[in-house]
Design a protein around this ligand. Structure first.
Ligand code: TYD
Length: 213
């Protein structure tokens, strides 16, 4: 399977801290002053995106509209296609020597839609997408993740303990397969404090060839 170089993704349960940590990483890249000429241009991004398909997905996640699980799986794949190949897409930015890190990618579909639709459909829908060079898996006990979600306003349709327990099991089952396929998988202990996790993320990102060479 094709791997996009200079592309890393954060994956994990809801409440595992991927969004916070990506913001901190982006700040760390942006905050180099004077700018470090050794560092590549950095782009942080996320799925579902803020494009038209991503917005439709968010109204499903929020429970405002209801669609068949297989339709939702198709929407995530369509959103991803735009994210990769659309304007300012991942493929273009990485191709021009940028470092792109995405908060969630196709592994979220294999895990979450694997639960809602069965394994086959999300695999089929995502089979032609390239893989990232690095995957940081934010591992956390679903109960601890649930405690963090309590502090947030509103819950999406997947944010309950029973579902998140299955999410974690599926990530654990799935990731070795991708490590085998050539993705560098780094497990991050997401139960640590924000600063400690940020350091672990920084250390992992330093291993990317675009930075370490
Ligand atoms: P999340 O990163 O939690 O967004 P936010 O921080 O805005 O809440 O992602 C939204 C949800 O979408 C999350 O529960 C995981 C789910 N999801 C899928 O089910 N499949 C996918 O392919 C993706 C990218 C996300």
């Amino acid at each position: 399977m094709l791997i996009i170089h200079n592309f890393a993704v954060f994956e994990g349960l809801d409440g595992s801290g991927t969004t916070t940590q990506l913001r901190l990483l982006a700040e760390r890249f942006a905050g180099r002053s004077p700018p470090d000429p050794e560092l590549p241009p950095f782009f942080d991004t996320f799925e579902p995106t803020d494009g038209p398909v991503g917005r439709l997905i968010r109204s499903v996640l929020g429970g405002e509209i209801s669609l068949e699980p297989a339709t939702v799986a198709g929407l995530f794949a369509a959103d991803r296609h735009e994210h990769l190949y659309g304007k300012n897409g991942i493929a273009g930015r990485c191709g021009q020597g940028g470092l792109v890190v995405s908060d969630r990618y196709l592994f979220s579909s294999l895990v979450y839609q694997g639960i809602t639709c069965g394994e086959e459909l999300p695999r089929k829908l995502n089979s032609s997408f390239p893989l990232p060079e690095f995957l940081l898996f934010f591992d956390l006990d679903p109960r601890a993740a649930g405690q963090r979600l309590k502090a947030r306003a509103g819950r999406d349709i997947y944010e309950h303990l029973e579902f998140q327990t299955r999410v974690r099991e599926r990530y654990h089952a799935l990731l070795p397969e991708y490590a085998e396929a050539g993705v560098r998988v780094e497990r991050i202990d997401a139960s640590a404090g924000i600063g400690e996790v940020a350091e672990a993320v920084w250390r992992a990102v330093q291993k990317m060839p675009i930075i370490s060479r």
